[in-house]
Design a protein around this ligand. Structure first.
Ligand SMILES: Nc1ncnc2c1ncn2[C@@H]1O[C@H](COP(=O)(O)OP(=O)(O)OP(=O)(O)O)[C@@H](O)[C@H]1O
Ligand SMILES: [Mg+2]
Length: 220
C-alpha cells in the first residue's frame, strides 16, 4: 500500500506515495525546505488522510515548527488538540531514546507517520561512527517492524557532494528525495527522487515553489 506524501504533485511521480512501513529520507542543504516538507507530510496525513502523525524535532523547537506551519496556513495546533498530531522535542544525543517518543502517549503508539528532523543532529553528537550506525539501524528497523511510515531528515553540509553528513543514512533507507536551491534559475528550488526501492519513479529534476499550501511541484 502507498502512503501519499501530501506534497502537491509529488505522489504522481512515485506511484502514489511512500511505501507503507518504509523509511524515507528527505535531504538537502540548509534552508532548502526539508522541515516544511516534513510538516506537510504530517499535516496532510492527519488532515486529508486521517492518519496520525508524530513529528520528532531535534535541533529546532516544537514552537518554531508550529509557527512555520501557521505561517503557511496549516493549523497544526488544532490537530494537536484533537490528538491526531504530536510534535515533540528530543535531545540530540540519545538515539535509543527516539523510540520512547513513539510510546509517549496512547494516541501516538497508533501514529502511522513519523518524522525525525533531523538525523544529522544525532550524527553530530555521537562520537563513534559505529555506534551511530548500529543504533540508528536498530531504531529504524524497529519503526519499520511497527508498521510506521517514517520520514527522516538529513542535512548536507554546504560544500559537500554527499547525501548526508556522515554518508551512512542513505544506505539504510528505502527512498531518497533531494531538495536543492539554485539561485539563478526561473524557479529557485528543485526536487529530485534519488532512489525509491521497487518503484517506477521520476528521475527528472522538478522545480517547486513554497506557497500558501506549502510545497507544490511545478509541471515540467
Ligand atoms: N511562507 C513561506 N512562503 C515562501 N517561502 C517560505 C515560507 N516560509 C519559509 N519559506 C522558505 O523556506 C525556507 C525554510 O524552509 P525549511 O525550514 O523547511 O528549510 P530546512 O531545509 O528545514 O532548513 P534548515 O536547514 O535550517 O533546517 C526559508 O528559508 C524560506 O526561504
Ligand atoms: Mg529544518
Amino acid at each position: 500500500m502507498r502512503i501519499p506524501t501530501g506534497i502537491t504533485g509529488l505522489d504522481d511521480l512515485m506511484e502514489g506515495g511512500f511505501d507503507e512501513s518504509s523509511i524515507n529520507l528527505v535531504t538537502g542543504k540548509t534552508g532548502t525546505g526539508k522541515s516544511i516538507f516534513s510538516s506537510q507530510f504530517i499535516y496532510m496525513g492527519a488532515k486529508k488522510y486521517n492518519e496520525k502523525g508524530l513529528y520528532i524535532t531535534a535541533g529546532d523547537t516544537a514552537k518554531n515548527i508550529r509557527k512555520q506551519a501557521t505561517k503557511i496556513g496549516w493549523d497544526m495546533e488544532a490537530l494537536e488538540k484533537s490528538g491526531s498530531v504530536k510534535i515533540v522535542e528530543v535531545e540530540p544525543y540519545d538515539i535509543e531514546k527516539l523510540l520512547e517518543n513513539v510510546s509517549i502517549s496512547k494516541e501516538m503508539t497508533q501514529a502511522k507517520r513519523i518524522v525525525i528532523d533531523s538525523i544529522s543532529m544525532f550524527e553530530l553528537y555521537v562520537q563513534e561512527p559505529y555506534k551511530i550506525r548500529k543504533n540508528l539501524f536498530a531504531v529504524l528497523q524497529k519503526l519499520r517492524d511497527m508498521g510506521k511510515t517514517v520520514l527522516v531528515v538529513a542535512e548536507i553540509p554546504e560544500e559537500s557532494k554527499n547525501l548526508s553528513r556522515t554518508g551512512v543514512i542513505e544506505f539504510m533507507v528505502d527512498s531518497i528525495v533531494i531538495l536543492q536551491f539554485m539561485g539563478i534559475a526561473k524557479y529557485k528550488r528543485s526536487l529530485a527522487i534519488r532512489k525509491m526501492r521497487v518503484t517506477n519513479h521520476s528521475s527528472d529534476i522538478h522545480p517547486f515553489v513554497i506557497g500558501d499550501n506549502g510545497i507544490k511541484i511545478m509541471r515540467i
